[in-house]
Design a protein around this ligand. Structure first.
Ligand code: NAD
Length: 499
């Protein structure tokens, strides 16, 4: 099969046995194109019976895939990477239509997705090795060895902010380790995993190894509870993550990876280079319309640099944050995912104003020419809030930077850590010793020193505290998609007992 990017969604948003398809179901949800804010399709919601059918297909296909060598699976995954690169521009345009992000960002997501397949395909043979273990008495009596075996079916559930990349981060390690997958995307961005399915088939992933179901929470619950699903990998909010962990222990006990929300901080000390700190604060707040789990909306700025930083960040934002049609090359801020989410963000701006916040720029809905129906928001920079304000405590998941002054290192570490989240954090300082010292004390899964929002496929990604557990994007992630079997061997001619 050759991959050709579809021109519309008419081929169905389910994926089963190597093909796009659809299902019969009494309930549907609206598929909305965020760029224009219009309903472009209706998608059936998977019932528990449909989930059961898809999981059984994945379960039947897994053993043969799991028995291929890691080297052979790696070769297939390298082909997937090549196909993604070959079709990068078509996939980027689909990602814009699916999510509303600017095309220049979508291109980065697609490029890094190809790298993810190359990474896991490349390391599979080396990492999926067992150990040989010496036992008392030496190898002439007994030995033990371990094997890293796939779990079976991995149930994956994704969020909507990086639809293609989130799917790839879960699917690449799962397949490299010899598992099969049933993936449920967010109903707000359902198309990307189906396009990935067609690429996987074209690259040689056997039919049934990768499957996609659609729906809301109910489909996710059915997937978590299914007895043939051996592990769950979830990306989404803390509230849903808590439910997923509970659900994954109702019928049988499954390991769960949770990549959840955040309320991260960027700490800027007064010995920082202001222009570089401004660049990091832009990266920490305004990528993907602010809909980034690691975003540092809490920008703590030491008082000595507060006035110059504030003036510079407002100037930079005014000059660079062009809100517009995400398919245009010069657009830097595209559409929010939907109207409901925009209203939520506007609600946080309103609550900030009511709690003494001063909006220094943006903070309002805009209607860019040609795409007036989408949910567009001019990114906000807000000052004057205390740590108790609702916007400072809760995840906004939108483009709202909150500037919070501080005086001392001790004070800012305590304030930064005073959250139930722990996904990411940033430290900016001209003093690298301080950078490392503060990084060690921040309770976060990723800390950026003099930079922000870097993401590399070989570096672990995941949260502390309520931001989740388990990691994506690294060697450990591949191991976490296997279970270790220990095998004892008696190499003597006889076996004795102790009775
Ligand atoms: P969400 O929790 O509303 O939904 C995520 C997914 O979970 C969707 O597919 C949804 O249908 C499904 N779902 C909802 N309830 C479920 C249940 N009970 N059982 C199984 N599945 C269920 O989150 P969202 O609005 O799609 O995404 C935004 C959130 O995701 C933010 O909090 C953001 O920080 C977080 N996020 C985290 C990461 C990360 O890697 N840590 C990455 C992206 C997004």
């Amino acid at each position: 099969m050759v991959f050709t990017a579809p021109s519309d969604l008419s081929g169905g948003l389910y994926f089963l046995n190597g093909k796009r398809t659809t299902v019969e179901a009494s309930e549907t949800f609206d598929v909305i194109e965020p760029r224009i804010g219009k309903v472009v399709a209706q998608c059936p919601k998977a019932t528990a019976q449909i989930v059961d059918e898809y999981v059984k297909v994945a379960s039947a296909a897994q053993p043969a895939w799991g028995e291929t060598t890691a080297l052979d699976r790696g070769k297939v995954l390298h082909k997937v990477a090549d196909l993604i690169r070959e079709h990068a521009e078509e996939l980027a345009v689909w990602e814009v239509k699916t999510n509303g992000k600017p095309i220049y960002e979508a291109r980065c997501d697609i490029a890094s997705s190809a790298d993810t397949f190359d990474f896991f395909g490349g390391i599979a043979t080396a990492v999926l090795q067992g150990d040989s273990l010496e036992l008392p008495g030496g190898p002439s009596q007994r030995i033990a060895y371990t094997r890293r075996e796939p779990y079976g079916v991995i149930g994956c559930i994704g969020a909507w902010n990086y639809p293609f990349q989130t799917c790839v981060w879960k699917v690449a390690p799962a397949l490299a380790a010899g598992n099969s997958v049933v993936y449920k995307p967010s109903p707000f961005a359902p198309a990307s995993p189906v396009l990935l399915g067609e690429i996987l088939t074209a690259a040689g992933v056997p039919d049934g190894v990768y499957n996609v179901i659609q729906g809301e929470g109910e489909a996710g619950i059915a997937l978590c509870e299914h007895q043939l699903v051996a592990k769950v990998s979830f990306t989404g909010s803390v509230a849903s993550g808590e439910a997923v962990q509970r659900q994954s222990a109702t019928k049988n006990v499954k390991p769960v990876t949770l990549e959840l929300g955040g309320k991260s901080e960027l700490i800027i000390f007064d010995d920082s280079n202001v222009q570089s700190a401004v660049a990091a604060a832009m990266l920490a707040n305004f990528l993907n319309q602010g809909q980034v789990c690691t975003n540092a909306t809490r920008v703590f700025v030491q008082r000595g640099i507060l006035a110059s930083f504030t003036e510079a960040i407002v100037k930079e934002a005014n000059e660079k944050l062009k809100v517009g049609d995400p398919l245009l090359e010069d657009t830097r801020v595209g559409a929010n995912i939907n109207e409901g989410h925009l209203q939520r963000i506007l609600g946080y701006v309103e609550s900030a104003k009511q709690e003494g916040g001063v909006v220094l720029r943006g903070g309002e809905r805009v209607h860019p020419e040609g795409v007036e129906g989408g949910a567009y928001f001019d990114p906000a920079i807000i000052t004057g809030l205390t740590d108790e304000a609702k916007a400072v405590r809760e995840e906004i998941f939108g483009a709202c930077m909150l500037i919070l002054p501080f005086d001392t290192e001790e004070e800012v570490i305590a304030r930064a850590n005073n959250t139930t989240y722990g996904l990411a954090a940033g430290v900016f300082s001209g003093n690298l010793a301080r950078g490392h010292r503060v990084a060690a004390r921040l309770q976060a899964g990723t800390v950026f020193i003099n930079t922000y929002n870097d993401t590399e496929v070989n570096v672990p990604f995941g949260g502390f505290k309520n931001s989740g557990h388990g990691r994506e994007n690294c060697i450990d992630t591949l191991r976490a998609h296997t279970q270790t079997k220990a095998i004892y061997v008696n190499v003597q001619d006889t076996t004795e007992h102790c009775f």
